[in-house]
Design a protein around this ligand. Structure first.
Ligand code: F6P
Length: 373
């Protein structure tokens, strides 16, 4: 009987996904004699049995392409909307699909949300493995994720370009960098591009302190400043409010808990657009004109960097070796240059923040770049 596996891409797209699909597909076919099918639009395709057979010609010419040839979605396996507004638990249905197609495993390429979905499936008896992709670099258990290096290059290039215009107009240029709840991308790009202030979620900022570091620069003769701000950056006041609400939520149950949860959501919602407010406050406090640049999805687009292609290829090929050995229920992680299988149980539901003692944080401080604290 021919052996077969499935592959899908879930969550936000990321450079390197096609390189990983190619590596999973080609290594499965060539090294292990397996057939490969690709499910469309993430877990949605898996639940609806929507797939394509990936032949070797389908895997050629995709290495350098951005996005994902399989399509993606943020559908959740335990609360899936199939288009009618209803939320359904599709885990048993997915188990039937995988069994019916006689798949040895399904390789799910995704970030922390995908790890959660995959763990739920593995608990329901579905053989799954995940590969760590995301521009946010926040997947627990792996040294790095593919997509991050490309996005880092794009964000660094953008901040480089903002320097000349900031300098010419004597302005504060506030540039918002993606990263969801973590600061890897803003810190990395800010440091690589020589930003003057870097604000990340892990270090809640004080607006007065940010303003005074800009004023110090002004006093020293630098009439412009570049502020790299992570989309999840948070002020000290808001961080305090969040902490109190989280503590309250732990204490409460039932209706009262739902109320506190809603207040937490409202707080996060009012922070959307926070970068524009931050820039206006800095203008008020320093008297310098400011402009906002939101890099947005540009950071996720286009061809993957060589480092991302290599990582996606290495992990994709390792995934099929693990499957051939009968290993599943794991994240195929990058560890010290090798691919390691880490049980999903250990990583699902966790995100990897920037540690406060990370060398990048230390270098930032050593160079006198303000972190807003
Ligand atoms: O996880 C990748 C990411 O690009 C985050 O940095 C960002 O917060 C989010 O996805 C945006 O998601 P969407 O494309 O669904 O707006």
């Amino acid at each position: 009987m021919t052996r077969a596996i499935g592959v899908l891409t879930a969550g936000g797209d990321s450079p390197g996904l096609n390189a990983a699909i190619r590596a999973v597909g080609k290594s499965a076919q060539r090294a292990h004699g397996m057939e490969v099918i690709g499910f469309l639009d993430g877990f949605l395709g898996l639940a609806r049995r929507r797939f394509v057979r990936l032949h070797s010609e389908d895997l050629s010419g995709i290495l350098t392409r951005g996005g994902t040839v399989l399509g993606t979605s943020r559908a959740k396996v335990h609360k899936m909307d199939l288009g009618d507004g209803e939320s359904r638990d599709m885990r048993q249905e997915i188990a039937r699909v995988v069994e019916g197609l006689e798949l040895e495993a399904v390789v799910c390429l995704g970030g922390d949300g995908t790890a959660k979905n995959a763990y739920k499936l593995s608990e329901a008896g579905v053989p799954v493995l995940t590969l760590p992709k995301t521009i946010d670099n926040d997947v627990a258990g792996t040294d790095v994720t593919f997509g991050f290096d490309t996005a880092l290059g794009i964000a660094t290039d953008a901040i480089d370009r903002l320097h000349s215009t900031a300098h010419s107009h004597h302005r504060i240029m506030v540039v918002e960098v993606m990263g969801h709840k973590v600061g890897w991308l803003a810190l990395g790009a800010g440091l690589a591009a020589g930003a003057d202030v870097i604000l990340i979620p892990e270090i809640p900022y004080d607006i007065e302190s940010v303003a005074s570091s800009i004023e110090e620069r002004k006093a020293g003769g630098s009439t412009f400043s570049i502020v790299a701000v992570a989309e999840g950056a948070i002020s000290r006041q808001d961080a305090g409010r969040r902490e109190r609400l989280l503590a309250e939520m732990k204490e409460e149950t039932g209706e009262r808990r739902r109320e506190v949860k809603q207040r937490l959501k409202d707080l996060d919602r009012t922070r959307v657009g926070g970068t524009t407010t931050l820039a206006s406050r800095l203008t008020e406090l320093t008297g310098l004109e400011s402009r906002v640049t939101i890099l947005g999805h540009v950071q996720r687009g286009g061809t993957p960097s060589p480092a991302d292609r290599l990582l996606a290829t290495q992990l994709g090929a390792a995934a099929t070796d693990f499957i051939a050995e009968g290993v599943h229920g794991v994240l195929v992680a990058a560890r010290d240059g090798n691919a390691e299988a880490i049980p999903l149980k250990k990583v699902a539901g966790k995100i990897k923040h920037v540690p406060l003692d990370h060398p990048w944080v230390a270098s930032t401080r050593a160079l006198g770049i303000a972190l807003g604290d």
